[in-house]
Design a protein around this ligand. Structure first.
Ligand code: FAD
Length: 354
């Protein structure tokens, strides 16, 4: 099939839906193409005990508050999936799935969006494909020699399959801390972080992170000194299971090891630890391979942007990948503003040409 449309949004997770909400409000002709068979984006794949780091009301997309989850201050991933499902129905967002976009190319006055289900000729494109689909594994000496099980955050489901095993969890961010807390009681756990874990104060959660990101944006917009944003507060939100494990003394971190062996890991001082499994909670990179034909990639694999707009291709916007596409834009509460800005810029561009 082949179709022409003003805006193609690639990705139907929270970022794509926030874009859809604002495109709908502006009366634009658009379609959202999503590779997943059902709503929810990356949240569909989260491990069972994952908690949001903010209460429901502070995890909301534009237009509709996330309802509280009964019995939980910090909702789980299933609750987020339900919210996103309801959100796209409520606003009648035109999401087509499963449709995996393979490439976006320039084709005269339009961008040609090629997918496994057909071609769209779009006057503009918003790419909102997230990061979950590109797990990052650091290069560590001997990694391919380790004989035990190796997995990344994306493949972790819960502690049951590791009960009684020797497990090494690598990573001092929220994923590493939450998964280490999950495994701290029923496995022989070693939690390894590159630097001493930095827990945020117990009364700080995603609300404060959002405030810090907003303050940073204001400071940068007005030419004031950089406040340091979220990174200045710490790395790990002490959600209840993390706090409990830390307070119980079972969440202690060792420094990063130097290399892997078939049996486990070795630290620089020669200390060793054997392991049945290593879980790499070492982050993600933006899923941008479909944009490769546009030749826009800059340093660190990012596409240079002005706001959300690709600096070298004004018909393309990027949404939700991280602070480089808008402060806190990779969060539920933070993506609304850059989504609005992207939709407005697109409306102005289309109006200028019609
Ligand atoms: P995604 O949810 O990844 O959605 C992208 C969609 O695009 C997916 O459906 C995907 O299938 C689709 N897609 C990808 N490539 C293509 C393609 N080529 N063609 C078509 N479709 C495609 N944020 C918070 O606000 N609060 C939290 O507590 C929080 N906790 C987090 C915990 C973890 C472990 C992680 C990893 C992130 C967390 N985040 C949190 C950050 C963020 O909210 C999520 O990463 C969120 O999933 C990002 O939404 P997104 O729509 O940008 O991307």
């Amino acid at each position: 099939m082949s179709a022409a449309v003003d805006v193609v949004v690639i990705g139907g997770g929270q970022s794509g839906l926030a874009a859809g909400y604002h495109l709908r409000r502006l009366g634009l002709d658009f379609v959202v193409l999503d590779a997943q068979p059902t709503p929810g984006g990356a949240w569909r794949h989260a491990w069972d005990s994952l908690h949001l780091f903010s209460p429901a009301a502070y995890s909301s997309l534009p237009g509709r508050l996330m309802p509280p989850q009964p019995g939980r201050t910090y909702p789980d991933a299933g609750h987020v999936v339900g919210y996103l499902d309801d959100y796209e129905k409520r606003y009648e967002l035109p999401v087509e799935r499963p449709v995996a976009v393979r490439s976006v190319r320039r084709d005269g006055p339009v961008l040609r969006v090629e997918s496994d289900s057909g071609v769209w000729h779009a006057r503009t494109v918003i790419s909102a494909t997230g990061t979950w689909w590109r797990p990052f594994l650091p290069a560590v000496t001997g990694a391919d020699r380790f004989a035990g099980r190796r997995l990344h955050t994306v493949a972790y489901r819960g502690p049951a399959e590791f009960t009684g095993r020797r497990v090494i969890v690598v990573g001092g961010g929220n994923s590493g801390a939450q998964i280490a807390a999950d495994l701290a009681y029923d496995t022989d756990l070693t939690w390894v972080t590159r630097r001493e874990p930095r827990f945020l104060a117990d009364d700080i959660d995603g609300r404060a992170l959002f405030d810090a990101a907003t303050a940073r944006r204001r400071a940068l917009d007005t030419g004031s000194a950089d406040t340091g944003g979220v990174a200045s507060l710490g790395d790990i939100v002490a959600v209840p299971p993390v706090r409990e494990a830390r307070d119980a003394g079972v969440l202690k971190a060792a420094p990063m090891f130097a290399r892997l062996t078939p049996a486990g890991v070795v630290w620089a001082d020669g200390t060793t630890a054997e392991a049945d499994a290593i879980i790499w909670c070492t982050g993600f990179r933006p899923a941008l391979s479909h944009l490769a034909p546009l030749g826009l990639r800059g340093p660190r694999g990012h596409i240079p942007t002005t706001g959300t707009r690709a600096t070298a291709e004004p018909r393309l916007h990027l949404l939700g990948y991280g602070d480089w596409t808008g402060p806190a834009s990779a969060t539920l509460i933070g993506v609304g503003r850059p989504a609005r800005d992207a939709a407005r810029e697109i409306a102005a561009l289309l109006k200028g040409r019609s």
